[in-house]
Design a protein around this ligand. Structure first.
Ligand code: NDP
Ligand code: 2IT
Length: 447
């Protein structure tokens, strides 16, 4: 494993996020390789992307000025199904970030039990402050290249940071025009053109379904639990909504400028106000304090980030914004304040040092590749509905999502126990996700 990791460092020395994701998985896999030495070649192969596409995205802004962004699609692993994973539009996007996300996606998609390989893509385009027209022209320019690399049986992108319903609509329209066919080449589509009900809610709801199972192993529940949520985008909004459904109290949310603390609780009415603010791009989370008495706003400190949000005393913490948003110091604060469970809604929001603190303190910790898999699982359900040319009801999709999350929890929990690391969901998820992909890769001749 050490040799494999050293090879990653040597080949891509400037990809710290990718190194971080690979190191965590390789550490978990040691006991599996002892039991199945025949899977070692699969490990060597899976750290290398099957294909990386990088392209120029030229588009014109509202002033008629040419802008040039960079587009990517990482087709990481197609052993168990078509490549599947989101598109991220954010100025920080680079190969390291997309490779870490694509690598995580391989294991996550395997855990869902659905036939989906792993991929990720995106651009360094910043949708913030752009008009609808600019976002549309950018999406069209992005698809002008991407369309030749994707397909319903090849690679099916979806949303991620900065890519929601609006962007998916523009991307889908352009694909349809270029390919001259109506097929399910993207998920997260609007319900009027092939999207699945519950897909917008799925990641947040799934996260809370997973955390509920985790809490139940300690005879605890969300009823009366105080929770911190970070972010105020897609995942954060619906995680908060499901916590409320289950009788918990959400006291924090954030955006990339700062965070709010409402000790009285962000109830249904306040959450609806946040959803309107963010989804209609009306303003920043700081405006919450002007609306709701008793709440406070704290500006985030510049890098290296320290987010005081994690210093709020809670029973359950749900980081739902971005990678590496909970560091060692913040994890210690959560532990000192008696947090019972931390479940990742974002991808890799907790640093390895933070995760070590949670494990040392016996805090229940769910890695994103297990706990946020509800989003991609429901994308898988959207693909099934598109293939069948029918649409399931909200209740049907929600029930399937709930069952999938219960199964992922069970699988990660039991696998951790089987390999001598009871309660370690990181090891359980990595091993369970790996075994299916390694078997498929090996059976197909590791090509
Ligand atoms: P959104 O763009 O809808 O929301 C992102 C939220 O996080 C916003 O509140 C944003 O603030 C904040 N944020 C983004 N970048 C940073 C940053 N660098 N520092 C601080 N805050 C930041 O994205 P999603 O909710 O879809 O995604 C959130 C996380 O969940 C990501 O890690 C994503 O990979 C993961 N995820 C998403 C899934 C999905 O289905 N959408 C599925 C599984 C995981 P601001 O408003 O200021 O931009
Ligand atoms: O990180 C993720 O799992 C996502 N952004 C969702 C991917 C998808 O294909 O639905």
């Amino acid at each position: 494993m050490k040799i494999i990791y050293d090879e990653v460092l040597l080949r891509d020395p400037n990809q710290p996020e990718f190194h971080q994701a690979v190191e965590e998985v390789l550490t978990s896999l040691s006991p599996v390789i002892q039991e199945h030495p025949g899977y070692l070649p699969a490990v060597r192969a899976m750290i290398e992307a099957e294909r990386i596409i990088q392209f120029r995205v030229p588009w014109y802004d509202d002033k008629g000025k040419l802008q040039v962004n960079r587009g990517f699609r990482i087709q990481m692993n197609g052993a168990i199904g078509p490549y599947k994973g989101g598109l991220r539009f954010h100025p920080s996007v680079n190969q390291s970030i997309l490779k870490f996300l694509a690598f995580e996606q391989v294991f996550k998609n395997s855990l869902t039990g659905l036939p989906m390989g792993g991929g990720k893509g995106g651009s360094d385009f910043n949708p913030k402050g752009k008009t609808d027209g600019e976002v549309m022209r950018f999406c069209q320019a992005f698809m002008m290249e991407l369309w030749r690399h994707i397909g319903a049986n090849l690679d099916v992108p979806a949303g991620d940071i900065g890519v929601g319903g609006r962007e998916i609509g523009y991307l889908f329209g352009m694909y349809k025009k270029l390919a001259n066919e109506f097929t399910g080449i993207l998920t997260g589509k609007g319900p009027s053109y092939g999207g699945s009900l519950i897909r917008p809610e799925a990641t947040g709801y799934g996260l809370v379904y997973f955390a509920k199972e985790m809490l139940a192993t300690k005879d605890k529940s969300f009823e009366g639990a105080v929770c911190s949520v970070s972010g105020s985008g897609n995942v954060a909004q619906f995680a908060a909504e499901k916590v409320l459904h289950l009788g918990g109290k959400v006291v924090t949310m954030s955006d990339s400028s700062g965070w709010i603390h409402d000790p009285l609780g962000i109830n249904k009415e306040k959450l609806e106000w946040i959803m309107d603010l963010k989804n209609n791009r009306r303003g920043r989370i700081s405006e919450y304090v002007g609306q709701f008495e008793g709440s406070t706003y704290t500006k985030s400190e510049p890098e290296p980030a320290f987010n005081g949000l994690w210093g709020v005393k809670v029973d359950v913490a749900l980081p739902c914004a971005t990678q590496n948003e909970v560091n060692e110091q913040e994890a210690k604060l959560l532990a000192d304040n008696g947090v019972i469970a931390v479940a990742e809604g974002a991808n890799m929001p907790c640093t390895p040092e933070a995760v070590a603190i949670f494990h040392e303190h016996g805090i229940l910790f769910a890695p994103g590749k297990a706990s946020n898999a509800g989003g991609v699982a429901t994308s898988g359900l959207e693909m099934s509905q598109n293939s069948l040319r029918l649409a399931w009801s909200s209740e049907e999709v929600d029930e399937k999502l709930h069952k999938i999350m219960i199964n992922i929890h069970k699988n990660a929990y039991e696998t951790a126990e089987k390999y001598g690391m009871p309660g370690n969901y990181v090891a359980g998820a990595n091993i369970a996700g790996f075994l299916k992909v390694a078997e498929a890769m090996t059976a197909q001749g590791l090509i």
